[in-house]
Ligand binder design. Structure first.
Ligand code: SAM
Length: 331
């Protein structure tokens, strides 16, 4: 077949971005994500092997995927990731490969990431205080994460985005400290509204990004909009006067941004999800392990895109449940 296939959905949204959760395992137990005891872990054979991931990405590239983000679980805990990442970035046709990590093992992997050509890193850091970090993540890796971020900055990674899931009564009192960080350092601070996606997050008090925006403006003055780039994600981006970094708001709950969604997600156990906050999934592992031809995998991608909902149905009034846990989707 010579006809050029591309991933364009029913609403004419062009899909060029695949987020891959390479493992469901995580070394943290963040209160909005996992219960203290963790979740049932996938068995090794249930998880896509690296060569399977590479085949899926090659098919994606043929269909116009040019941007990949590796996530988890925690991507840096998966054995062999140090060999996998350079193989992934070596694939022709990818313009942008990035990583979302909790930062615990970042410091020791930065040389490898740099050599593999990765420039952009997102680090989840929900508190700038060791004691609060400890209560949120249920672990004591604050110093490791800060050291990882600082070393990444010194090595020239850019942008380094710092993701904060804001929770009322838990870390909302640190919003101004994060604002200050965006002034003093070249980091892109991203405030993410907590999504009621698991039992854990549903029990936390919600705080909207508009409240955070107001607190920042009251203290630091106007937020200066940053012109959106073509490949920008859902964040609304701003600078603070004189700041070296940026502030961004990802407001999945209070302000839907689905009209610009350009992404698919691949879970560690081989499901393609057309939307983060819906229960639709299309199995790509089954055909892959049956030894199918590339054409069948192309059909799986096309089907996932065809099933992409107009927008997610999760807002504060909705009682929709997403059955997958964030640690298996990867955010
Ligand atoms: N382990 C990596 C990390 O910590 O960044 C990658 C996986 S983690 C599931 C990816 C992102 O999902 C993180 O930025 C995390 O803060 C976000 N996340 C998890 N649960 C969330 C929730 N209930 N609401 C909003 N964001 C959430």
């Amino acid at each position: 077949m010579n006809e050029k296939r591309v991933l364009v959905d029913r609403l004419n949204r062009k899909i060029n971005y695949l987020r891959i959760s390479i493992t469901d395992r995580c070394n943290l137990r963040c209160i909005y994500c996992l219960p203290p005891e963790g979740e049932r872990k996938l068995k090794r054979k249930e998880i896509l092997r690296y060569e399977e991931l590479l085949r899926i990405v090659r098919i994606g590239i043929k269909l116009g995927i040019n941007k990949i983000r590796l996530t988890g679980g925690e991507p840096l805990v998966r054995k062999g990731v140090q060999e996998f990442i350079p193989m992934l970035t070596a694939l022709k046709g990818l313009h942008d490969v990035s990583l979302t990590t909790n930062g615990v093992y970042l410091k020791d992997n930065l040389e490898m990431l740099k050599a593999a050509g990765i420039k952009r890193i997102n680090v989840s850091l929900d508190s700038l205080k060791r004691s609060n970090f400890k209560s949120i993540t249920r672990s004591d890796y604050f110093n490791e994460v800060r050291e990882g971020i600082e070393k990444a900055r010194d090595m020239g990674f850019y942008p380094i985005k710092i993701n904060i899931v804001t929770m009322k009564g838990i870390n909302d009192n640190e919003v101004l400290d994060f604002g200050r960080l965006a002034i003093e350092e070249p980091y892109y601070i991203r405030f993410i509204e907590c999504m009621p996606i698991s039992l854990e997050s549903s029990s936390l008090a919600f705080i909207s990004n508009s409240e955070i925006e107001k607190a920042l403006i009251d203290t630091f003055g106007p937020l200066i909009p940053v012109v959106r780039g073509q490949n920008d994600g859902p964040a609304k981006r701003y600078r603070l006067d004189g700041g070296k970094g940026e502030i961004g708001f990802i407001s999945a709950i209070s302000d839907s941004f689905c009209q610009d969604c350009n992404r698919l997600r691949l879970t560690a156990n081989g499901m393609i999800l057309p939307c983060l906050l819906s229960n639709i999934e299309v199995d790509i592992k089954d055909p892959l392990r049956r030894g199918c031809l590339d054409e069948e995998l192309i059909e799986v991608f096309l089907k996932a895109v065809d099933l992409k909902p107009k927008c997610h149905a999760m807002n504060l009034d909705s009682h929709q449940r997403v059955y997958r846990k964030m640690c298996s989707i990867g955010g």
